[in-house]
Design a protein around this ligand. Structure first.
Ligand code: F6P
Length: 538
């Protein structure tokens, strides 16, 4: 038995992820060979395609979400089912009688199953517990988390609602369920109870705090218990895995095998691994946008930027974790220390409105606008506006054009799990030009070492880094960009998903060996535990 187990482990390691060229085909092959007949179900709060009513027409919106840009190509490659909250004003109108709609709309390859939430459910589960509780708890952005019992109860009942949707969508008792993010900490346990043989891979897209910070959550044990229903719990960095394991060690009775990064709890083992998320490569958007020179001309003339003025950009959701005000401050530092740059650089900040009804987000919006205005009053003059703050949703295509037009991209999150904007900027620059300034507190800084790494809390040094970026010669830009592009190409999102699926396949094989046999999955809507049948057989 032990030899067999070792063989499985060895096989897993022999598929050395680094030597594989990762593509949608690689993913499909892993599924065919390692997890035959497995149905892939993705669960997230945010849906990949939102249908809204605009001017009496149905408008399709792809939300500004790193999660969506990463998971969409994966779900397409696996022809899976994606279950998400249907929040668009026309979402009801576009689904069939099972609340499903085939997507992508122009070339359908998978099913989006929408889950409906009442206003109260959305307020308690999404705005309340997830975004006023867990979000500030997990990010070091010095915003106080708010925990309310009513929100917690709604969070629990909405997690239950999604669990029921997964069970309803499962074609057999052994699907692979990819649970996304902090909206669903309780879902893995609920699924484990209803689908004991499922592979449940939970990916936590945001940081995990240290155990001292985590301890302030009144439902900390329940959250850990919920997550430990997963077969695999993934984070972007080893640091966040360590914080999670430390929290489990402190608050639950478990056995932790640190060497294997495995936690045994209530007779079940969960792996806790770092899988740095990424983007598709080559990015589909690149095929749709004009050449860099054209993008530069178009964007600069749209914004009225004069010749000889450098363009620096920031692109994100309008969120207090993103360090938007801090980069405005860095620009102010640049102007005050190096006044010769006044009139020679424009900062374009694209900020997609997000969670806008929450007081912290309303305040941030006002604060960003005020800060931009202050710089413009102080340093602007006729025909020159130093900061362009555009708090509007932009399509992916518009965003890629902006990346291609930029001389410098600033990604200065105060704290971030990964921050895919950094990788998207690199992917957009097939001309191998442009400078990336990247926060040391974004997960991406562990991979993109050729970026100019900054501490966003230190505006003066960031101002100096901005100067360095603006004056970097083309050869150095190329040298740095080439290396970053290699990293993003090799560590693309197919590798992210493929590594998790390979680990999941290993776990499943090991479980089969431990249980003494391999059984065929049973096609049924009425789920019966394989474990129970094995137990009866032995
Ligand atoms: O990083 C956390 C996260 O939920 C991402 O997964 C997602 O890209 C982003 O925030 C979107 O936030 P929301 O869905 O609340 O607009």
């Amino acid at each position: 038995m032990r030899t067999l187990l070792r063989e499985f482990e060895k096989n897993g390691h022999s598929a050395d992820a680094a030597l594989v060229k990762w593509s949608p085909d690689t993913l499909r092959k892993i599924l065919d060979t390692e997890l035959p007949d497995a149905q892939v179900i993705v669960v997230s709060n945010r849906e990949p395609y939102i249908h809204n009513i605009k001017d009496d027409e149905v408008e399709l919106v792809v939300p500004a979400s790193g999660l969506v840009s990463a998971l969409e190509p994966i779900t397409r490659a696996c022809t899976g089912t994606w279950i998400a909250y249907g929040g668009g004003s026309a979402d009801h109108l576009t689904v069939d009688e099972h609340d499903r709609v085939a997507v992508p709309p122009d070339d359908p390859t998978y099913m989006l199953r929408r889950v409906w939430l009442s206003e109260e459910e959305h307020a308690g589960y999404y705005l309340g517990f997830a975004n006023e509780g867990l979000w500030p708890l997990c990010h070091i952005a010095f915003t106080r988390p708010n925990f309310r019992t009513a929100d917690w109860e709604t969070y629990e009942s909405v997690n239950r609602k999604f669990a029921d949707a997964v069970v309803a969508e499962a074609r057999n008792e052994r699907p692979i369920v990819l649970v996304q993010d902090y909206h669903f900490a309780l879902l893995p346990r609920m699924l484990r109870e209803q689908l004991p043989e499922a592979i449940i891979i939970t990916f936590w897209h945001i940081p995990w705090p240290n155990s001292e910070v985590f301890s302030i959550c009144p439902w900390r044990e329940r959250i850990l218990d919920g997550l430990l229903g997963s077969s695999i719990i993934g984070f972007h960095t080893q640091f966040h895995c360590n914080n999670f394991i430390e929290s489990v060690d402190r608050f639950l009775e478990t056995r932790i095998e640190r060497e294997d990064a495995a936690i045994s709890y209530q007779g079940q083992t969960s792996l806790v691994h770092a899988y740095p998320i990424s983007i598709e490569w080559p990015p589909a958007q690149l095929g749709k946008v004009p050449a860099v020179a054209q993008c530069r001309d178009r964007i600069r003339s749209q914004l009225g930027i004069a010749d000889g003025v450098k363009l620096c950009v920031g692109v994100e959701r309008l969120d207090y974790t993103k360090g938007i005000i801090d980069r405005f401050r860095a620009l102010g530092e640049l102007f005050s220390r190096h006044p010769e740059w006044i009139g020679k650089v424009t900062f374009l900040q694209i900020a997609a409105p997000s969670r806008g009804t929450l007081p912290d987000y309303e305040r941030l919006h006002r604060e960003c606008a005020r800060c931009a205005e202050e710089i413009n009053q102080r340093y602007g003059h006729d025909g020159y506006t130093p900061v362009l703050f555009v708090a509007e949703h932009h399509t992916q295509r518009q965003v890629y054009e902006i990346y291609r037009a930029a001389d410098v991209c600033m990604v200065t999150s105060l704290h971030d799990g990964m921050n895919l904007v950094a990788k998207e900027f690199v992917a957009a620059r097939d001309d191998e030009q442009g400078v990336l300034i990247l926060s040391m507190f974004a997960g991406a800084s562990k991979e993109l070492l050729e970026a100019l790494i900054v501490n966003p809390f230190d505006a003066a040094t960031m101002g100096e880094t901005l100067l360095y970026a603006l004056t970097m010669d083309s050869d150095e830009q190329q040298y740095r960009m080439q290396r970053m592009r290699e990293i993003v190409r090799d560590n693309n999102v197919y590798r992210w998903a493929g590594s998790m699926l390979l680990d999941a396949a290993r776990l499943r094989k090991r479980a089969e060996v431990e249980l003494g046999g391999i059984a065929e999955p049973v096609e049924t809507s009425n789920v019966v535990s394989l474990q129970e049948r094995w137990r009866a057989m032995t």
